[in-house]
Design a protein around this ligand. Structure first.
Ligand code: ACO
Length: 326
């Protein structure tokens, strides 16, 4: 059986930049608080008329170009997002049409920040089984559309963007292993309460700001470090890999302190092993690890033969880790 490799990666970030200084004028916060507590300096904000599928199509085109393939070569589209254009049709179906792809299967997955790793893992199964040859996995989020811009404890954290990968069978390297998990009992720690069948949209839900992200940040923080360390162990141990065998870690970018604590638990030097771009983009949910992988490749931080650990956690709670031989 052939392994699945990543044939090309791409990204799209909206032009508009929101800095910590801008946020100081919007809520009671400081650049110093945001920088020391999170590592974030700025984030991108999509235009009013720019929806998730608009960002997804740009990231997808950039990944196709890097893979040297066209939309007609793609056999499967998966979009990871918690901010779809609308409930349905799925953002993946909208993307299929905008890209001009064939009438191939297309669906969204709702896994919050772990969505890119879930998406890559699902695509890997279809490719390894031989059912499909080329899959497009896109992680795209417009978190600014579900952010309460008066809540300083959340609005400083999030940003918009999209990352994508084209996957296909390879003779060497590829995805060596994956580990996914979820704990629904802790779902209340991070949620967007209204707009679904439990609490349909009403004047009251809008007045009570129930269409924006609610988060128990400090409780999540404690779970995050353990969850990411456990996910890393679950994927590395069966492959006999130790911290030293990993060339680079591409994590979900939620908070620099979580990532430093993760490095400590794994016994690796965070400055050397952990790829960071949180200062530029904040937390873009599923798109964070997708954009991070793309930028690590673009900057030459990932070379042929490198062993990469991708590691993410997010709302659900969900988590996932992947080992890729580049
Ligand atoms: N500016 C200034 N002060 C603030 C701000 C702000 N922007 N936000 C909160 N504070 C205050 C609080 O009110 C509190 O004040 P008090 O002590 O007077 O009550 C104080 O700062 C400390 O608040 P904490 O919430 O305890 O701060 P903490 O050090 O935990 O940092 C943070 C908060 C950054 C949210 C952190 O908890 C975190 O990163 N948590 C994890 C978030 C995460 O990973 N989410 C999951 C992924 S997201 C996804 O799936 C979509």
């Amino acid at each position: 059986m052939k392994r699945t490799g990543i044939l090309g990666v791409g990204k799209y970030l909206p032009e508009n930049i929101l800095t910590n200084a801008d946020l100081e004028r919007m809520v009671d916060t400081t650049d110093e608080w945001i920088t020391t507590r999170t590592g974030i300096k700025q984030r991108r904000i999509a235009a009013d008329n720019e929806a998730t599928s608009d960002m997804a199509v740009k990231a997808a085109k950039s990944a196709l170009k890097s893979a040297g393939l066209g939309p007609e070569d793609i056999d499967l589209i998966i979009v990871a997002t918690i901010t779809p254009d609308m409930f349905f049709p799925s953002t993946a179906c909208l993307l299929q049409h905008k890209l001009g792809a064939r009438q191939i299967p297309a669906f969204d997955i709702s896994v919050a920040c772990s969505g890119y790793i879930y998406g890559l893992t699902i695509a890997d199964q279809f490719i390894k089984s031989g059912m499909y040859k080329h899959a497009l996995v896109v992680a795209a989020e417009k978190l600014s559309s579900v952010t309460d811009w008066e809540d300083r404890s959340t609005c400083v954290l999030f940003g918009d963007g999209a990352g994508a990968a084209v996957l296909g069978p390879v003779d060497e390297g590829g995805i060596l292993g994956a580990s996914l998990g979820a704990d629904g009992s802790k779902g209340d720690l991070l949620r967007l309460p209204a707009g679904g069948s439990r609490m349909p949209a009403s004047i009251k839900t809008v007045e009570n700001k129930l269409h924006t992200i609610k988060m128990e940040g400090n409780v999540l923080f404690k779970h995050a470090v353990k969850i990411m360390a456990d996910a890393a162990r679950a994927v590395t141990e069966p492959l006999g890999l130790k911290g030293d065998d990993i060339d680079i870690i591409i994590p979900h970018q939620a908070n620099i302190r979580i990532l430093n604590a993760l490095a400590k638990r794994m016994g690796v030097d965070p400055g050397e092993k952990i790829y960071l771009n949180i200062e530029k983009y904040g937390n873009m949910s599923a798109a964070s690890s997708a954009v991070a992988l793309t930028e690590a490749v673009e900057e030459g931080r990932i070379k042929k033969g490198d062993t990469i650990l991708m590691d993410a956690f997010g709302g659900g709670l969900t988590w996932g880790a992947l080992i890729i031989k580049w």
